[in-house]
Design a protein around this ligand. Structure first.
Ligand code: PAF
Length: 280
C-alpha cells in the first residue's frame, strides 16, 4: 500500500496522534533520502519494534559544511517513495526547508560530548546541524522509537547523549551497518563514486579487517593502524582522514584493544568521503 505523504508539522502530528490514541506505538526512521538497503533495514527494524512507522526525508542544510556536498546530495523523491512503499511504511514526512527552518529560526542544539574528534574534527559544525534537526524531528513527530544505523556510530553516540540530556521521551534503536557483497558499507554517497573508484572502495573495509586481525595477533594499535594507513595511501587512491581505535561506549581513544572497542575510519576516494567502523 502507498504510504501517506505529509509535508507539514501539523499534518505529521495529526497522523501520529491518531495512532497513539488508538494505542499504537510509533517508530521514526529519519533519513535524508537517497534510500539504499541500509535505510530499508532501518525501516524493517522500525516495523519490528513499533506498530506504526514514520520515515522522514529531509536533506538538512544545517549539517553540510560544504555547499558542493549539499548540492550534489542524491535526491529522488519518487524512487524513495517507491522503495518505502515496497516495505509498507505507514507515512512519509517530507518537510520543506521553510517548514523546518522558517525565516526567524534562531536556535541551535549543541551536544558537547563526542565532538572535536573523528568526523567532527574534519567537518566542524556538522553534528550541531544533526543535533538540531534530530531534536526538531523528535519533537515534531512524537515517536516512541527512532532507528539509526551503526555506520554513523559517532552520530548515534551524540544522539543518545542528546536524548538522555534533554529527557526526550524516545528510545534510540541502533541497527548494524549493511554492506555490499564486497564489504563496502552502504551509503548514499557511494552512488557518486566513479566506476573505477567503486572497484577500489572495498579496500577501506579490507584494510580495517587487516587492522582487526593484526590487533588480535598482538600487534599494537599504533603499528596496525600505521600499516593500514600506508597501504591505503600507497597507490594515491585514498587520502585517509583518520584511523583510530576508540571505546564504543565513551568514544575515548584506546592505546590497547579491549572489549567493546571499535576501529573508526574515514578516507577520501576521488571526491567522495567514505566512513566506516567495525567492532574489534
Ligand atoms: O544520518 C542521516 O541521514 C542524517 O544525519 C539524519 C540523522 C537523517 C539527520 O539529518
Amino acid at each position: 500500500m502507498k504510504p501517506d505523504v505529509v509535508r507539514t508539522v501539523q499534518e505529521i502530528r495529526k497522523h501520529v496522534q491518531k495512532q497513539k490514541l488508538a494505542g499504537k506505538s510509533v517508530a521514526l526512521v529519519p533519513t535524508m533520502g537517497g534510500l539504499h538497503e541500509g535505510h530499508l533495514s532501518l525501516i524493517k527494524k522500525a516495523q519490528e519494534v513499533a506498530d506504526y512507522v514514520v520515515v522522514s526525508i529531509f536533506v538538512n542544510p544545517k549539517q553540510f559544511n560544504n555547499p558542493d556536498d549539499l548540492n550534489s546530495y542524491p535526491s529522488d523523491e519518487a524512487t524513495d517513495l517507491k522503495n518505502i512503499e515496497k516495505l509498507g511504511a505507514d507515512v512519509v514526512f517530507i518537510p520543506s526547508v521553510k517548514e523546518m527552518y522558517p525565516d526567524a529560526f534562531a536556535t541551535d542544539v549543541k551536544v558537547s560530548a563526542g565532538i572535536d574528534i573523528l568526523c567532527d574534527a574534519h567537518r566542524p559544525g556538522h553534528f550541531g546541524g544533526v543535533a538540531t534537526v534530530v531534536t526538531k524531528l523528535f519533537l515534531q513527530v512524537g515517536a516512541d522509537f527512532a532507528c539509526f544505523g551503526e555506520k554513523d556510530f559517532q552520530q548515534l553516540f551524540i544522539i543518545k547523549r542528546l536524548v538522555a540530556d534533554l529527557n526526550i521521551p524516545i528510545k534510540i534503536v541502533p541497527a548494524p551497518t549493511v554492506r555490499e557483497e564486497d564489504g563496502l558499507a552502504m551509503s548514499s554517497r557511494n552512488a557518486r563514486l566513479s566506476k573505477s573508484d567503486r572497484q577500489i572502495a572495498p579496500q577501506l573495509q579490507a584494510a580495517m579487517q587487516a587492522v582487526k586481525t593484526n590487533l588480535h595477533k598482538g600487534i599494537s594499535i599504533e603499528q596496525a593502524c600505521k600499516h593500514a594507513w600506508n597501504s591505503l595511501e600507497k597507490d594515491d587512491h585514498f587520502k585517509v582522514e583518520y584511523l583510530e581505535v576508540r571505546c564504543g561506549e565513551k568514544m575515548v581513544l584506546m592505546d590497547k584493544p579491549s572489549e567493546g572497542c571499535r576501529l573508526f575510519a574515514a578516507a577520501w576516494l576521488g571526491g567522495v568521503r567514505l566512513i566506516d567502523n567495525i567492532e574489534i
